[in-house]
Ligand binder design. Structure first.
Ligand code: MG
Length: 385
């Protein structure tokens, strides 16, 4: 049976101040996580995202693709579902209806519901209620009764239906403006609905604290690799002169010349600092240590590195990786690779494999080629919370 999904994201965010489906969740709009999960299931031939007019204008083009149609929502949830269904195409006869604000839906749950709906006509994911339920009817909040908890399940999405079952129920109760899920209409139309055991992870993000919970679930599912990361670039060049010690990557190297500068002239650390500050959106090294500041005269560049690390830590940022290209005619640096990399790992508190170093000559060209200067390029990757 060809299957399609309608992802309903037409809410206006009355409880979150703005459309919740587009609130950032680990660096991406929440809806993008939801859509990605469905795009990863080839079983769904066609996906329709239903948006409110404002968000459709802003995000419609970005979300559309060969498999994804984007349509405008109706005045009620059921109106939106109806619009989504009509955009699915006539070949689709098995339909999943999913809340755009459930970004943690798993493949396993979605496919189990789809399979159950193919067999029975209607199935929804659910979890048993954990807390004791109280029935409260009075405005003074007196407890009216304590229902038998074991009989109650929380309904989630994607709710899956044979298309004829869902369309029949929507048509029959087309004047129902208050239905909060499709299943209640299908039930009222006399069709049995099967519950498929789901997970408590598949939450609906409704209030601000739900976003924090969803973020924590995403972290545990994907690990730190799925956090937002940003890239920064840094460059530095210093003159190579007689009578100065040569400091590179925090190491003092034996060489008759050294780098000229207000500090120790360590081009590697300076380029790396600028790359890290760039990725972190914190400007540049010159703003943190103005060259005219007398206290930086002769400052060890390792102290600049420590300050940069403190700065990014105070913003909850984490340096993930440094890639460094040194350009020097002399000294020959390849024999020193291991020591230089170890020094960088230690200064930047990076574990093994998180520093890459390359050294190039300048083929005898220009100032660097004549051995009058050493330059360095650096690229840093920083993870955002
Ligand atoms: Mg410098």
């Amino acid at each position: 049976m060809p299957a399609g999904a309608v992802i309903v994201a037409a809410g206006t965010g009355s409880r979150m101040g703005r459309p919740k489906q587009f609130l950032p969740l680990r660096g991406r709009p929440m809806l993008d996580w939801t859509l990605e999960t469905f795009l990863g299931m080839a079983e769904f031939e066609r996906l329709v995202v239903v948006l409110a007019p404002e968000t459709l204008r802003e995000h419609g083009d970005r979300l559309r693709s060969e498999r994804v149609r984007v349509v405008e929502g109706g005045l009620t949830r059921m109106g939106s579902v109806r619009n989504g269904l009509s955009a699915l195409g006539p070949e689709i006869d098995l339909v999943a209806v999913h809340d755009g604000a459930r970004p943690l839906v798993s493949r396993e749950v979605a496919l189990a519901c789809l399979k159950a709906a193919a067999e029975t006509g209607a199935a929804l994911p659910g979890v048993p209620v954990k807390d004791t339920l109280k029935e409260v009817r009075s405005p003074q909040l007196w407890v009216h009764a304590t229902p038998e908890r074991s009989a109650y399940w929380l309904a989630q999405t994607p709710q899956c239906y044979r298309r004829s079952v869902l369309e029949g129920a929507l048509e029959k109760f087309s004047d129902d403006k208050d239905a909060t899920d499709e299943s209640q209409l299908v039930e009222r139309a006399g069709h049995r609905v099967r519950v498929v055991p789901s997970t408590y992870e598949n939450i609906k993000v409704t209030t601000p604290e739900d976003l924090a919970v969803a973020g924590a679930f995403l972290d545990s599912r994907w690990g730190a690799a799925r956090r937002e990361s940003r890239t920064g670039f840094g460059f530095d060049i210093h003159r190579l002169v007689e009578g100065r010690p040569l400091w590179l990557a925090g190491l003092r190297l034996a060489h008759p010349k050294g780098l000229l500068g207000h500090s120790d002239g360590d081009v590697v650390l300076h380029a790396a600092c600028d790359a890290v500050l760039g990725a972190s959106g914190l400007g540049e090294i010159g703003q943190m240590f103005p060259p005219e500041d007398p206290t930086i005269k002769g400052i060890e560049s390792r102290r600049i590195v420590a300050r940069v690390l403190e700065n990014i830590a105070s913003k909850n940022l984490e340096l993930l990786h440094l890639d460094i290209t040194l350009v020097a005619e002399e000294p020959k640096l390849k024999p020193q690779y291991a020591a230089l990399i170890e020094s960088l790992q230690s200064l930047w508190r990076l574990s093994a494999g998180r520093v890459n170093l390359k050294a190039k000559s300048h083929e005898g060209l220009g100032e660097i080629g004549r051995g009058e200067a050493i330059a360095c390029y650096a690229v840093a990757t920083v993870a955002f919370p």
